[in-house]
Design a protein around this ligand. Sequence first.
Ligand SMILES: Cc1cc2nc3c(=O)[nH]c(=O)nc-3n(C[C@H](O)[C@H](O)[C@H](O)COP(=O)(O)OP(=O)(O)OC[C@H]3O[C@@H](n4cnc5c(N)ncnc54)[C@H](O)[C@@H]3O)c2cc1C
Length: 528
Amino acid sequence: APQNRPADYLIVGGGPSGLVVAEQLSRDPRKHVVLLEAGPDSSLDPLPAPEVWQGRALGGGSVVNGMGYCRGAQSVFDEWALLSGNEGLSWESMFDAFKATTHFQEDVHPADQVAINQSSFGDGPLEITTQRFQLALDRPFVDKLSSSLDLTEIDFVSGYGIGVTEQVDAIRAGNRTRSSAWTSFGWLAANRPNFEVRHNAWASKIEFTGKKADGVTYNDTLTGSFNTIRAREIVVAAGAIGSPHLLMLSGVGPADQLEAVGIQVVQDSPQVGQNLLDHHYVQLVYETIPEMGTTWQLEHNETAAQEAEAEYAANGGGLKGIPDGNVFAAFRIPDSVFDGLGDYHVSLPEDRPHILHAYTTAPFRTEFANYSTISPFTALVQPEGAGNITINSSDYRDMPVINSASWATPADRAAITYAYKEYRSLFTSPELSPYAPVELFPGANVTTDDEIWDAIQRGSGSFHHPMGSVAIGSALDPNWRVHGVAGLRVVGTPAAPNLVTCHPQGTAYALGYRAAMDIAAADGVHIL
Ligand SMILES: Cc1cc2nc3c(=O)[nH]c(=O)nc-3n(C[C@H](O)[C@H](O)[C@H](O)COP(=O)(O)OP(=O)(O)OC[C@H]3O[C@@H](n4cnc5c(N)ncnc54)[C@H](O)[C@@H]3O)c2cc1C
């Protein structure tokens, strides 16, 4: 495409949301769509941004994520419609967007074990399928959590937030390989003459003429040169960390923070970088039994590794054909946990869980590298505390300062402490303890409340689910435009008003789809 013609749409970021927007808008052959992605092109060679562990390749987070696909509680989306003034974010409308972005591919799996409503999927590019193999603990886990927590086995794609599930995944059923934003939406659009993708193109600054955004300067990380692309409309889809960072580097953000590092203020936008929400977890680690397939088995037990290899070669099944976490439960904890701690958690709509319990067979802690382990982990699903992103450098290569605000309020701390104790006790039950005979972390000697709180702090991590840092309805107008400037939108996870109740990638695709519909309607794009 001619370099000197301004792009109609210049999209920064090639993750789920950016690629959906690009694919949709480039259906109009009159629109010249350019997408810049900081990472490399190969979905086999992802480079996560190490500091925050977001995906950094064509496909974004969908190239490195755990592939779990869900949507969660519908009340979240109805609240988004209210908060944003954008009716397209209601559950009813988002359900159509979830369907339009995915299709369900039946796989070889005993049907009675997966409660999945296939009509919750449409004929969109992202392929979703079930597991082809179960870990020894999966069914006991589902049964025990159902009975102890009074949960029903449900799918998390039809509007439910509370229950227990064997999750579905963004996996191509035929060959058990990852279905990513690049291999779905990217491939669909890649050969259109009006669509241009530049990878290894690290956007360093959005250019403005006055208050009109009209270009993006990027560093070509293969040659080191800087280029500027002019555009009529710029759509930032750089994830919940990268998007506010790029805005701030470009002069759009809290004026005092920008001035402190010598960035010329284009627009004082105090909300850019605020409202950073994430799912934080805390882990347990158990030495497990030989019957449990674990990552350790694949790496250290030659017989188990050969069996896994053979089964994967034969039918794409076995330990190598699954992601390392299959089952989870999402549920509410008793209101009494929050006595005297305010009504935030208690007053959440009834379909929203407080807590998510899951487990993985991947090693969580390097000190147990010599053990075959399972790591149950429990996460706060709707935290009260929100963090933020600021900058302490005007150099685009320096990471922003991330205040993740895990366990930030007394009620959040009470919830995670309750959940951690309760989860630990489930693993001493007759049903689950056979799979978890030896507790390695925090360890049997950790018993008092102080010791448990210390363990929670040492065993915490991010689910890598940041959302909300450039929220629609506060930092953005209802059509995804950054307040106070022209020609600049933000889409995807940063634009979410708050957190979904389970894994967010499905929502990232659907948000991209909704944004594309809104942009098309406002700008007269004909999506064919
Ligand atoms: C390790 C990990 C595990 C996860 N597991 C799951 C899971 O199992 N299920 C699930 O649903 N979700 C999971 N997620 C989350 C999910 O992948 C994200 O929510 C989703 O990818 C967000 O989509 P997005 O398009 O908003 O942003 P992203 O996917 O983050 O895409 C943003 C893209 O923008 C690019 N970019 C950023 N800054 C710039 C710049 N200045 N110039 C050019 N390009 C830029 C990035 O390189 C990236 O490719 C996981 C995430 C991680 C990191």
